[in-house]
Design a protein around this ligand. Structure first.
Ligand code: NAP
Length: 277
């Protein structure tokens, strides 16, 4: 008979743990002795199996975290247990020019990346403040530094998150609760495929390994750092962005994200994965 694991392990909530950076963050939590509540809006069985094999007690929640009802279900899944770490990572993009986007889809980007994220942070953060302890890691992006032509709503949401994280961190100083913002650059996940950006230069260009990005964020969270930009190229990019006129940044972004800016015959991420590339 399987031995029940002790309940004294710390608990982490990780959102967007079905793939990419969130999956790698959940792995790091499991490897570092956390039990987990993981959430995404698609089935999590595969991720759950891997994480349980590492030794984590684990609950899965399939919910649309763009909705307050979805976030409420996730919060309830912790069953009142103290959440030591909240890794609010779920998010998605949406390519094409803003006027050509479906408004419901554009709104879903805002509701996921901003509304659902800060609602969850508020609920869990209040408990942490009450206990005088806790770590919050929010996945922002270097995109928050750049006006995102042909990815405009997404970049705007990340500008919000990058800024919000610093403000909340300041509000919570001396409370025992730390807030860290992980700001990845372009990372090799399913993000660009889901955003409909595989015909763009950024969708097809070289990308960071999500495991490395997650490790950078996880370590910064444990140290209680304010923010961390994953990768030296992105550190340079964010430094340059702060002294570059917005019009130039927007034009540079157009070259990367305009539909058709990539090579027409480039295979998708999933096709490359199945071909072992
Ligand atoms: N990849 C990049 O280049 C990059 C760069 C900077 C920042 N980021 C940020 O990193 C985070 C993770 O993205 P990723 O690159 O790892 O992409 P990914 O592989 O597509 O993972 C995104 C995760 O978020 C979940 N998610 C998205 N919308 C959701 C919703 N409404 N409700 C519940 N779950 C939702 C997805 O769940 P399902 O599987 O159920 O859809 C998935 O688990 C995002 O916040 C993204 O903005 C990514």
């Amino acid at each position: 008979m399987a031995q029940a694991k002790p309940l004294s392990r710390p608990l982490a909530i990780v959102t967007g743990a079905s793939s990419g950076i969130g999956y790698e963050l959940a792995r790091l939590c499991a490897e570092n002795g956390y039990d987990l509540v993981i959430a995404a809006d698609r089935p999590l069985a595969e991720a759950a199996r891997d994480l349980r094999a590492i030794g984590a007690n684990l609950e899965t929640v399939e919910a649309d975290l763009a909705t307050t009802a979805g976030v409420d279900r996730l919060y309830a899944a912790a069953k009142g247990r103290a959440v030591e770490a909240l890794l609010a990572n779920a998010g998605h993009g949406l390519g094409h020019g803003f006027l050509d986007q479906d408004f419901a889809q554009a709104r879903h980007v805002i509701d996921t990346n901003i509304t659902g994220t800060i609602y969850l942070v508020q609920k869990v953060g209040r408990d942490m403040r009450e206990r005088g302890a806790g770590r919050i890691l929010i996945t922002g992006s270097v995109a928050g530094f750049i006006p995102g032509s042909f990815h405009a709503v997404y970049n705007g949401t990340k500008a919000f998150i990058d800024s919000f994280s610093w403000a909340l961190r300041n509000e919570l100083k001396d409370s025992g609760v730390t807030v860290t913002c992980l700001m990845p650059g372009v990372t090799d996940t399913e993000f660009f495929e889901r955003a409909g950006m595989m015909d763009t230069a950024v969708g097809q260009g070289s990308k960071a390994d999500p495991a490395d990005v997650a490790k950078t964020g996880f370590e910064a969270m444990l140290k209680g750092e304010g923010d961390v930009v994953a990768g030296w190229k992105n550190k340079f990019q964010t430094a340059a962005a702060s002294v570059t006129p917005a019009a130039i940044l927007a034009e540079q972004h157009r070259k990367q994200a305009e539909p058709g800016s990539g090579r027409p015959d480039e295979p998708s991420v999933s096709a490359r994965r199945s071909a072992g590339r």
